[in-house]
Each structure stands twice: as structure tokens, then as C-alpha cells.
Design a protein around this ligand. Structure first.
Ligand SMILES: Nc1ncnc2c1ncn2[C@@H]1O[C@H](COP(=O)(O)OP(=O)(O)OP(=O)(O)O)[C@@H](O)[C@H]1O
Ligand SMILES: [Mg+2]
Length: 511
């Protein structure tokens, strides 16, 4: 049987890094084909070559039985390949429709007229059930909606081979379900769908076939029914991996590190604020916040970090009232923060690995010699983060964009933990990292807690919050529906609270 897409012996190096070192892949039409591999295994590099953004050093890309040279994104698009990148590439100031039509050359017409385009785009939306306001500016749209624009953009260009590079990393579980429905439609329509994800449950759920790559090489390909999560994890990593880290009984909680007393944070526009939030986190405790995305998690975190003002209530850190007094460099209060959107908040895109490694620590005496930053100390500092947190990078001077997505995340975690902050705010800490690194990050969060620090964990991964947190609070509509020790809740009770049902319990203590 012929393949829609075949890749044979692809090699691609960046300087001395062999990002792809013998990749083989064969994808049929009407198939969802997953690619699994650790952070830095070479998945996005492969995608870059299939999308015409990168040129292979060696090897062949065969589309519909015909070897193709994809010298540009346009060529790839002409050959029927559409790529949804790991990071969105939309123009925020443009509308959805403008973004979709931007640079497209529909074969059916000589010049672009937006009316005709709108009709065609509308048809694609209907066919695939892609609900979207085409006149809305991208900057005001949710992540899920932005992703739908990217998908429509690809379909509008007539793609038959659709490549999704970690599309679900940024989605809520509900948005993931609707993306999967779209992917199944694409498959039914005879497209070949290439799906990259670190979430092995998703891979098991949606894929028909899976190819595993390790260190730039294809390890093997299997029909999905012949594999399981454990097998995939160990073939990716090359050793056995613990898929969940058990939370051993912790230290006895000490003094409160963070106390919120009726904190209310208002937001403008459609964003959910946070209302009358009270809880505390002690030394040696992980407190997990659970909730469907968009129920006030962001306002809560931004309020705690002083990014947004508290409209009422108090924030107390280690006994002092810091309400609306948290400085921009919250590190002086010994607060660390792993942000949710690494490229927007966590890292400076134009900086090197080293410059990102000490972001926010410019005034830390340990990095200075007299009035100046010390080059040697900065180099040592960076080296220790890179080594301890297994950040895969060619050198400290590599631009941060030369790191794979998961390795960028590991750098942030290393940086935020490096001075052992008394309070760590961890928002989606394992977003985009591979299974082995998830285990590693979980162990680090538990170690940090066992060293007597407080951790606020906010994550869309329910399993993650439940397995790591000593206590949890459930947010709905900006309010806490319940709060208590993790093991005191059943999954059913948690589900009800997420849906907005109040749970009488520990919360009363603070009423
Ligand atoms: N532009 C670049 N310059 C230098 N090195 C690069 C560049 N792009 C990628 N690399 C390196 O190539 C290797 C493979 O990176 P790639 O982004 O393909 O990994 P990945 O499998 O997509 O990982 P992740 O799961 O973290 O996204 C990494 O070691 C990375 O640092
Ligand atoms: Mg990648």
C-alpha cells in the first residue's frame, strides 16, 4: 500500500547537535499517526523540515509516492502539507479571517477578495464544526480559538497531510476533546494526521499508529493496539519510567508562608476574576488549585504575585501584610514563579540561555562582584541550572529559541527553584515536558516542599494536582467551592465542586 507521507533517513544538524540523525516515518491517508519522543528528541525539527522551514542535510521526503524538495513553507503547502506549530504564528492585531487568508493563494482565483474567502472559510468551519467569529481580533481570542484559526488556515490552503506539534499542551481537557473530534473528522475525510504529544493517554486515545523517536533516530513504529503507555514511555527514554510519583507522607507542616484572607481580584473584560478567596499554605505543604480553566486561576495567581491589584482582602507572606505591596521583583520576598505561558511571561525570546537563566536575579549579590554582574558567577550559575535540571542545550550562549520546548520549561523550573524560594507558585509546571521529565519535576517539587517550603500548584492536570498536593482548593466562577486535605475528597465530590457545588468543610474555619 502506498503512503501519503514517507520520510527516509532524514538527518539535520544544528552546529554540533544532531537534531535528526536517521528518521524514518510512514503515514497513510485516513490515519492518525502519533510521534512520541523525549524533549529534544527531534520532533519539532522533523516538523520544520516537513513544513519547508528547514532543509534536511540528508534523506528523503516522499509525498504520495513522489520525492519532494520542500524548499519553503509555500512549497510544503503546495505539496499538501499543513503544519500547526508548537507556538502559534498568528498576527494578533489582525482578525481571524485576515489571518486565515494571509499569504494564501487559493488555486481557484487570481486575486484575493475577502468576500469570496469568507464564504469558503465559512464552509470549512461548518464542515468541521469549527465554531469561530471570523471578524474577531486574534488578540482577544482564547487559546483554543486561536488554534482553530490555525487549523482553518491549513485547511483553506487545501492540506491533506496535517501536522499538529503538541496541540494539546496549551488546551483545557474540554478543548482537547473538541480538537480530537476535529482530528477524527479530518481522518474520516481521508487526511493523514500527524500528532505530536507528551500525553501518552491522549496518544493511546486518538492515534491509530505510533512512531517513537529517541536522540534523533526512529526507534520503531507500531499499531496503537500493540502498545501501552508504559511501553511507549520506556521506548522513548530507553529505560523504565515511573509514570506517577507517589507523594510520600511529608514533613509536619510548619508556620504559614502564604495566607490569603478574603482576597478579591478584579479583571477587566471577559476574564474571570477571583472573589473572596481564603486559604493558607504552610512550610512543608503543597496546596493545589483545581478548576476548569478560566475559573479565576489566572486572577488568583496574578493577585498573589502583585501583577494585579487586590480589590479587597489581605495577602500575608511569612507574617507580614504585603497586600498591594508585592514588588515587581517578588523574588525579594523569596517567591518563585513558574509561569504558564513560557514564551510570554517566563522567558525573553531574544535572549540567550544564560541571560534567561538569571532573569530577575540581576540584583542578587551572589551573582555580582562589587557593582557589576560577574561573568564567571553567571557562567557557574547557568551551568548549575543546566546540569541539575538536565536542560539540553549546546552552550549557554545558544539563543533560547534554539532549545526544544520542554527544555525551555526545564530552564524556567531550574531558575525559579535555584534560590529555594520560601513560596513557589507553580502554574502548569509540566506543560510540554516529556514523561521522564515530568517524573523529575514532580520529585523536585516534592523535595522543595520537604525542605520546608510552601508550594502553590495550579494545573489543568487533575492527576498531577491530586498526586502531589497535601491539600486542595477547588475554584469555580472565581470562588472556592471547597478546601481540604486531598484524601478527604472523592473524585465525585471534586467533580461537583468544579461544576460549582459548594462543599462544606475546612473552608468554614476561615469564614
Ligand atoms: N534553531 C536551532 N538551533 C540550535 N539547536 C536547535 C535548534 N532547533 C533545535 N535545536 C536542537 O535540536 C534538538 C532537537 O530539538 P527539537 O525542538 O526538534 O526537539 P523536540 O523533540 O521537538 O522536543 P520538545 O518535546 O521539547 O518540543 C535539541 O537539542 C535542540 O536544542
Ligand atoms: Mg518540540
Amino acid at each position: 500500500m502506498s503512503y501519503a507521507l514517507q520520510v527516509k533517513g532524514i538527518r539535520k544538524a544544528f552546529g554540533s547537535v544532531k537534531a535528526n540523525d536517521g528518521i524514518d516515518l510512514a503515514v497513510r491517508a485516513g490515519e492518525i499517526h502519533a510521534i512520541c519522543g523525549e524533549n529534544g528528541a527531534g520532533k519539532s525539527t522533523l516538523v520544520g523540515q516537513l513544513g519547508g522551514m528547514l532543509q534536511p542535510d540528508e534523506g528523503e521526503i516522499i509525498i504520495g509516492g513522489k520525492p519532494e524538495l520542500l524548499v519553503s513553507a509555500k512549497e510544503a503547502s503546495r505539496a499538501g502539507i499543513g503544519v500547526l506549530h508548537q507556538h502559534f504564528m498568528l498576527v494578533e492585531a489582525f482578525t481571524a479571517l485576515e489571518n486565515i487568508m494571509l499569504g494564501a493563494e487559493p488555486p481557484s482565483r487570481v486575486f484575493l477578495d475577502s468576500r469570496g474567502g469568507e464564504k469558503e472559510v465559512g464552509e470549512i468551519c461548518r464542515k468541521y464544526g469549527l465554531g469561530l467569529d471570523l471578524k474577531a481580533k486574534v488578540s482577544g481570542l482564547s487559546v483554543g480559538a486561536q488554534q482553530r484559526i490555525e487549523i482553518i488556515k491549513i485547511l483553506y490552503r487545501g492540506a491533506r497531510i496535517i501536522i499538529l506539534d503538541e496541540p494539546t499542551a496549551v488546551l483545557t481537557p474540554q478543548e482537547t476533546e473538541s480538537l480530537f473530534a476535529i482530528m477524527r473528522d479530518l481522518k474520516q475525510g481521508g487526511c493523514a494526521v500527524l500528532f505530536i504529544s507528551h500525553k501518552l493517554k491522549e496518544v493511546m486515545d486518538i492515534a491509530d499508529q505510533v512512531t517513537v523517536i529517541r536522540d534523533g533516530r526512529t526507534v520503531g513504529a507500531w499499531p496503537i493496539r500493540e502498545v501501552n503507555e508504559q511501553f511507549l514511555a520506556s521506548s522513548m527514554v530507553g529505560r523504565e519510567v515511573a509514570l506517577t510519583v507517589k507523594r510520600e507522607e511529608g514533613v509536619v507542616p510548619g508556620k504559614p508562608v502564604l495566607e490569603l484572607q478574603g482576597l478579591t481580584v478584579k479583571t477587566g473584560g471577559l476574564e474571570q476574576g477571583a472573589r473572596d478567596i481564603s486559604f493558607h499554605i504552610c512550610e512543608g505543604e503543597i496546596f493545589g488549585v483545581i478548576g476548569i480553566a478560566g475559573n479565576g486561576q489566572e486572577a488568583l495567581v496574578e493577585g498573589i504575585l502583585g501583577i494585579r491589584k487586590a480589590a479587597s482582602g489581605r495577602i500575608v507572606v511569612e507574617g507580614s501584610d504585603v497586600t498591594n505591596r508585592i514588588p515587581k521583583d517578588y523574588r525579594t520576598l523569596s517567591i518563585g514563579c513558574i509561569a504558564s505561558d513560557r514564551l510570554k511571561e517566563g522567558l525573553v525570546k531574544d535572549f540567550s540561555v544564560k541571560d534567561n537563566a538569571y532573569l530577575g536575579y540581576q540584583r542578587y549579590a551572589g551573582l555580582r562582584r562589587g557593582p557589576f554582574l560577574s561573568g564567571r558567577r553567571l557562567a557557574d550559575w547557568t551551568r548549575s541550572i543546566v546540569e541539575n535540571y538536565r536542560v539540553k542545550t549546546e552552550s549557554p550562549d545558544t539563543p533560547i529559541t534554539g532549545l526544544s520546548g520542554g527544555n525551555q520549561q526545564k530552564l524556567i523550573i531550574g531558575r525559579e527553584l535555584s534560590l529555594s524560594p520560601k513560596l513557589l507558585v507553580a502554574v502548569q509546571p509540566t506543560r510540554g515536558v516529556d514523561v521522564g521529565s515530568i517524573e523529575f519535576i514532580h520529585r523536585n517539587l516534592l523535595r522543595h516542599r520537604n525542605q520546608g517550603n510552601a508550594v502553590l500548584l495550579v494545573s489543568q492536570e487533575l492527576e498531577e494536582v491530586l498526586s502531589l498536593s497535601d491539600r486542595i482548593g477547588v475554584l469555580c466562577g472565581g470562588q472556592l467551592m471547597g478546601i481540604g486535605r486531598t484524601e478527604d475528597f472523592t473524585k465525585g465530590q471534586i467533580g461537583l465542586m468544579m461544576a460549582g457545588v459548594h462543599h462544606k468543610g475546612e473552608a468554614a474555619e476561615y469564614a
